[in-house]
Design a protein around this ligand. Structure first.
Ligand SMILES: *Cc1c(COP(=O)(O)O)cnc(C)c1O
Length: 431
């Protein structure tokens, strides 16, 4: 199996963290998001321990809530010692509703509205990651109105092109995220921010993209950020205490994908930063990282029931499931590869070539094409692995399909964390 928490039990069913996937499907219905909390905790610990070991005191991982945001995740990450990166009033409110401390929130977003900025300041969000000058102005005004000095990081675009999909690459100069170094605008951004009232600049943020396999990309990022920091020091006399390197560590989705050693990568980044700082005579900053995918992706499995099984003679076979792009739009968006298996026949040979299609009226509604699974019959439970990140978070009600429930598994027990959406929920917004 792709991950150590998956196995096949005596009934020949897929078992997730020692719980029978077919039993989960029976108890909670399908489609169903399943999240192995113990695995999430393991990932959190890997980050916390590696950052504590290799980086200066005060360094901390911040969980990027955009990967999977619901109340139940926040007590988990809080108890593991992570802060949180939030990108909207909705994410702020979700974290706060779960009792997460506002001071440990880092408020991101390329276009925070005036209302969101006011809300964040009011709620005592610990740090804003300011994306642009317009936002800085509004933030300063709000901070003044509340009689506080707001701590901020400035989002800088380092001009890197890591080898990942254009859709999830955010570090290039030509990007809507942050302010670029290359054009000289980032230096002016810092200069203005330092002179803006009620604003306390603690350092810089940069995020180069997602699903990145090479540690060298992060080392290049550190180099560019550091050389920028040095020129800012020389020209403006400002020394950053904090570098936030964003998220982006890749996760293996299919057999053959490289496995990333998170701790080893952090050690490499730390060594690189330390050497660079020594060379430049720059005081070693504390480092923040914002892992999203690598915390939750491989702790998640989505369970579906197989519906129609259609053999288009001379073409291909289709297995349709009771979800699809509404609960996981990533294949439709970027042809993301997934490992799919028949959880009801996990011990049978995976020799039935098929395309797994969703239930929407869109020919692009597919979860995978031309893969092999054990031949299903209607009602079999089909499992899609690695759906912890950017699935529930990206779900929609297209075709008025209801959002699935989410169960969390811990110590051999399952508990409902998000109930299934109902038709009443769906109609409740309409006059
Ligand atoms: C998306 C994003 C992250 C998380 O990225 P992952 O690839 O999920 O780790 C972190 N920080 C920022 C600013 C992001 O946009």
């Amino acid at each position: 199996m792709l991950y150590s928490n998956l196995s096949v039990n005596d009934q020949g069913h897929l078992s997730i963290a020692d719980i029978d996937a077919c039993e989960l499907a029976k108890a909670y219905g399908t489609p169903l998001y399943v999240l192995d909390e113990d695995r999430v905790r393991e990932k959190c610990r890997t980050y916390v321990e590696a950052m504590r070991t290799y980086l200066p005191q005060g360094s901390q991982p911040l969980y990027a809530g955009k990967a999977l945001c619901f109340k139940g995740i926040y007590p988990v990450i809080e108890s593991e010692g992570l802060g949180a990166d939030v990108v909207s009033a909705g994410e702020v409110a979700t974290a706060l509703a779960a009792g997460f401390p506002a001071k440990d929130l880092y408020f991101h977003g390329t276009n925070k509205t005036d209302a969101e900025i006011a809300y964040g300041v009011e709620q005592g969000v610990g740090c804003f990651v300011v994306d642009n000058l317009n936002e800085l102005e509004v933030l300063s005004r709000e901070a003044q109105a509340h009689g506080i000095v707001q701590r901020v990081l400035l989002r800088i675009t380092v001009g890197l092109d890591p080898h990942t999909l254009a859709a999830i690459n955010t570090g290039r100069v030509d990007s809507q995220f942050g302010v670029p170094i290359e054009t000289g605008q980032a230096a002016r951004f810092v200069d203005i921010a330092l002179k803006t009232s009620n604003i306390d600049v603690i350092g810089f943020h940069s995020h180069i993209g997602s699903q990145i396999f090479e540690a060298t990309s992060f080392c290049d990022q550190v180099d560019r950020l550091l050389s920028f920091a040095c020129s800012v020091r020389d020209e403006l006399g400002f020394v950053a205490s904090t570098f936030n390197l964003g998220g982006g560590f890749a996760v293996p989705y299919v057999e053959g994908d490289e496995k990333i050693d998170i701790a080893a990568n952090i050690a490499a980044i730390a060594q690189h930063l330390q050497e660079g700082c020594e060379r430049a005579g720059y005081p070693l900053p504390r480092v923040l990282m914002e892992p999203g995918r690598s915390i939750v992706a491989d702790a998640g499995v989505t369970l579906y029931s197989a519906g129609g099984i259609k053999e288009v003679e001379g073409y291909r076979n289709y297995v349709t499931v009771d979800g699809g792009m509404t609960d996981n739009p990533r294949y439709a968006l970027y042809k993301s590869a997934y490992t799919i298996l028949n959880a009801s026949r996990a011990n049978e040979p995976a020799d039935y070539e098929c395309t797994v299609a969703g239930r929407c009226c869109e020919s692009g509604d597919r979860l995978a094409e031309d893969i092999r699974i054990a031949k299903p019959t209607r009602g079999d439970i089909i499992a899609v692995l690695t759906t912890g990140a950017y699935n529930y978070a990206m779900s929609s009600n297209y075709n008025r399909v209801l959002r699935p429930a989410l169960v969390m598994l811990s110590h051999g027990e399952a508990r409902l964390a998000v109930r299934r959406q109902t038709i009443e929920d769906l109609l409740s917004l309409e006059m």
